[in-house]
Ligand binder design. Structure first.
Ligand SMILES: C[S@@+](CC[C@H](N)C(=O)[O-])C[C@H]1O[C@@H](n2cnc3c(N)ncnc32)[C@H](O)[C@@H]1O
Length: 270
């Protein structure tokens, strides 16, 4: 067992995956599910990889990553989870160095997934119209920035996503990707499409079929081509008590339809 960096974040992980984020610094803290203690004193003599007992719980000390940060995030609005965020990131080609806009930011569910893949050379612009949601999202992102080894240049714009053109141009010129998660995505598409570079992608997150259809129409009207539309269905399997594995009792229900479009050159006039 060794020392460990003072002031650094660690996660205490239960064997089932539940995790508690802890800042290794002096002073009493109250961690929901674990109790009240001085984190520095508790971790004294322990290193990442060690097992530690806190109250009745036996936990492994690990370096926190996105899953641990997400398990500890505060939530206000409905968040986009790994099922849809992972799919969007891969299909939209989002990775190191990309310039991405997302909104509504809400509690930062999607933004945390994006920040995790953009690296320090990426730019992430989040837009949120409700200050009380922006505050929750900002707290989650600030903590994530202390946990991840690299974090993008992050801007949180408090306002309407339909009116961010000038700010986006000032921050990064044009965009590689845009993800719209507001009640009426079709109202936002017209002002975001001009900000995309040629080949850039725009996605709409649409809980209902009406949202999907209206967004689809508006994307087409603005010259975007639809690359993928539909929903991702997730079915988790479990170990059966009498042996074997089988689908669990709690399948993830519907989250949203995803609409992914791309910007291409306008067709030539005859
Ligand atoms: C479902 S939540 C977003 C969840 C978020 N994407 C996540 O993964 O955690 C929708 C958010 O959009 C915000 N919103 C609605 N209309 C907006 C607009 N025109 N511009 C910016 N934000 C907007 C709402 O305040 C709300 O916080």
């Amino acid at each position: 067992m060794g020392g460990g960096n003072s002031g650094s974040w660690v996660a205490l992980r239960e064997d089932d995956g539940r995790a508690y984020l802890l800042l290794r610094e002096p002073g009493e803290v109250k961690i929901k599910g674990l109790g009240r203690f001085d984190a520095k004193a508790l971790l004294e003599g322990y290193s990442v990889g060690d097992r530690i007992t806190v109250g009745q719980k036996s936990l492994t000390i690990v370096d926190p990553a996105l899953p641990e940060a997400r398990r500890n995030m505060s939530r206000r609005a409905q968040v986009i989870g790994a099922k849809d965020a992972g799919f969007l990131i891969s299909w939209m080609g989002i990775g190191v160095g990309c310039r991405v806009i997302e909104g509504g930011h809400g509690s930062a569910g999607l933004a945390m997934h994006l920040a995790n893949v953009l690296g320090s050379s990426g730019v992430l612009i989040s837009v949120e119209s409700r200050p009380e949601h922006a505050e929750v999202g900002r707290d989650n992102m600030e903590r994530l920035s202390q946990v991840l080894p690299e974090f993008p240049e992050w801007h949180l714009i408090e306002g309407d996503m339909g009116e961010v053109g000038d700010s986006v141009r000032k921050i990064c010129g044009s965009l590689d990707a845009a993800i719209i998660d507001v009640a009426e995505p079709w109202c936002i598409v017209p002002s975001i499409e001009p900000l995309l570079r040629a080949g850039g992608r725009l996605a709409c997150y649409c809980p209902t079929t009406i949202q999907l259809e209206k967004s689809w129409e508006v994307c087409k009207e603005h010259g975007l081509v639809i690359e993928w539309a539909g929903e991702v269905i997730e079915r988790k399997w479990v170990k059966a008590s009498k042996g074997g594995v089988r689908p669990g009792n709690q399948p993830m229900g519907h989250t949203a339809f995803l609409l992914i479009s791309a910007k291409v050159a306008p067709t030539e006039e005859e």
